[in-house]
Design a protein around this ligand. Structure first.
Ligand code: ATP
Ligand code: ZN
Length: 212
């Protein structure tokens, strides 16, 4: 029997929303907690629990058929995957922030500055669009402390309420990318699998219609 494999973030800001969505679709997950894999008792679907950054690559390579990730990770990873549906949770934005006391009059002020980020591609696209050349420092975590330890002049990081920036003496100066969770899929999925994916998407869309 055909089964689809759905990649979900193992633990983080997408995990709860992703599992909650699956449950609200009426899908019963068997013994999933803390494992790498789980299955469902009433729908032909398997779950793979992974780091979110790895999901686009696994979907592109067909290890998973579909996945739930933030649009920010989809754009940053730049793999051959397509957005099947927007899911409306884990909304956030990617913003540039500078130390609170700095003068800031516009994106041109970032010329020749160093900017720390975990999203070098999205940042570079933005700077290129605005004709600004800056030194992009890719770091994988705790981006917001970079200016206070002298590692960079500015940061480009994920913001939801802005309180983390504020606590680190930073102010948000450019909002460069808006993101929410999306369902992605491989562009060349077998038709039997696509049929199951359509069934799943139909349930998700019905939920969203009922709630709107
Ligand atoms: P992993 O260990 O899986 O690599 P991570 O640390 O990269 O996790 P999280 O912080 O869990 O990632 O964020 C996962 C995704 O959730 C982000 O890529 C973004 O799309 C979204 N997100 C991040 N921060 C927030 C936030 N404060 N509010 C809402 N959504 C967020
Ligand atoms: Zn990640």
């Amino acid at each position: 029997m055909t089964t689809i494999k759905l990649a979900i973030q193992k633990s983080g800001r997408l995990s709860e929303g992703s599992m909650d969505l699956i449950r609200r679709c009426g899908i019963k997950v068997k013994n999933g907690i803390g494992k790498l894999k789980a299955e469902a008792s009433n729908f032909p679907i398997e779950f793979l629990f992974l780091r979110d950054d790895d999901i686009p690559g696994y979907v592109q390579d067909g290890i998973a058929d579909i996945g739930i990730i933030g649009e920010n990770v989809m754009v940053e990873e730049d793999r051959d995957v397509t957005v099947l549906h927007k899911l409306g949770f884990s909304r956030c934005r990617l913003s540039i922030a500078v130390p609170k006391g700095d003068q800031y009059n516009g994106v041109k002020d970032l010329q020749d500055k160093s900017i720390a980020t975990s999203y070098p591609k999205i940042l570079k696209n933005y700077l290129d669009e605005h004709g600004v050349v800056a030194d992009i420092h890719e770091i994988s975590g705790s981006v917001e402390i970079a200016p206070s330890i002298g590692l960079a002049d500015a940061v480009c990081d994920i913001v939801s309420s802005g309180s983390t920036l504020f606590q680190n003496g930073l102010k948000e100066v450019e909002k460069i990318f808006y993101s929410e969770a999306v369902m992605v899929g491989s562009p060349n999925m077998a038709e039997e699998k696509m049929e199951l994916v359509r069934k799943l998407l139909f349930r998700i869309k019905s939920l969203q219609t009922a709630e709107s």
